[in-house]
Design a protein around this ligand. Structure first.
Ligand SMILES: C[S@@+](CC[C@H](N)C(=O)[O-])C[C@H]1O[C@@H](n2cnc3c(N)ncnc32)[C@H](O)[C@@H]1O
Length: 253
């Protein structure tokens, strides 16, 4: 059971995501891991996907699952908090042939009926930081994996939201050490996400039983789009100094 305050936050985040879903249609999806990051084409973290049973946590509009299907995955499973996102994913994936599709509307902090020790790969593209309970979420997705299965996820780098850009200047406006549930700054409606340090992600993964194989903090700044608009949340100026996002690949021992 989650504490009632966390249940309330999940409910309020669900409403916000149902409204925001059209803005995020296909926005952060494989082969893209996130803004200004190297892509899966460069990193090849998933290796060979053919015949693999995959589960996406926070599957959004289903574009990453479609990428999985086009690379040979045999079963596509996804969970997302938002009904609107799940409906979009159902429509998008309805044209995928010869691949079993199973989508759940629900919170990643709970298991809505996902099978245990079933998946070769569990992954999450820019969604995991929305969890109100990282430990519980990691325990869930660890249980879904077969022994030796992979968990790969990307998320905003915790240093990124602590530093703001004012013209050419970068300002530290929040302590890196402050952790916990906080309003997501660029959203103008209630949207609470978990601000955690990199060490917290790593320690929670280890405590859950994962073996960390790789951490990516690299950026790829394209020459032709170097002059970013400073009003935008992710700017190239900022990315040239601090990582906007990170990716972790780990294995279920
Ligand atoms: C940036 S989007 C991910 C986009 C997705 N990777 C794609 O390919 O379209 C983040 C997603 O996390 C979902 N989300 C937020 N909180 C969640 C929670 N507690 N449990 C499950 N999904 C959640 C949102 O509804 C949203 O669809």
């Amino acid at each position: 059971m989650l504490e009632s305050i966390k249940e309330d936050i999940i409910l309020s985040n669900k409403k916000s995501w149902d409204d925001a879903a059209p803005r995020f249609f296909g926005r952060t999806a494989l082969p893209i891991y996130g803004p200004i990051l190297p892509t899966e084409n460069e990193l090849n973290l998933f290796d060979d996907l053919s015949g693999k049973k995959v589960l996406e946590i926070g599957c959004g509009s289903g574009h990453s699952l479609k990428y999985m299907a086009s690379n040979g995955a045999s079963e596509l499973w996804g969970i997302d908090l938002s009904d609107t996102q799940i409906e979009a994913a159902r429509t998008l994936l309805s044209v995928v042939n010869n691949t079993k599709v199973n989508l759940f509307q629900g919170a990643m902090e709970k298991n809505p009926g996902i099978p245990i020790e079933y998946f070769d790969i569990v992954y999450s593209i820019y969604a995991i930081g929305w969890t109100v309970d990282l430990g519980r979420t990691l325990q869930n997705l660890y249980s879904y994996l077969k022994p030796g299965g992979k968990f790969i996820f990307s998320w905003e780098h915790p240093i990124h939201s602590r530093i703001s850009q004012n013209g050419e200047q970068l300002i530290i406006n929040k302590s890196y050490h402050d952790e916990g549930l906080q309003q997501c700054e660029p959203w103008d409606r209630p949207a609470i996400m978990n601000q955690l340090r990199i060490s917290t992600y790593i320690n929670e993964l280890i405590q859950t039983g994962f073996q960390i194989e790789k951490i990516v903090e690299d950026v790829v700044i394209q020459e032709e789009i170097k002059s970013g608009d400073p009003a935008v949340w992710y700017t190239h100026k900022k990315a040239s100094l601090i990582p906007p996002a990170f990716i972790i690949k780990c294995i279920k021992r």
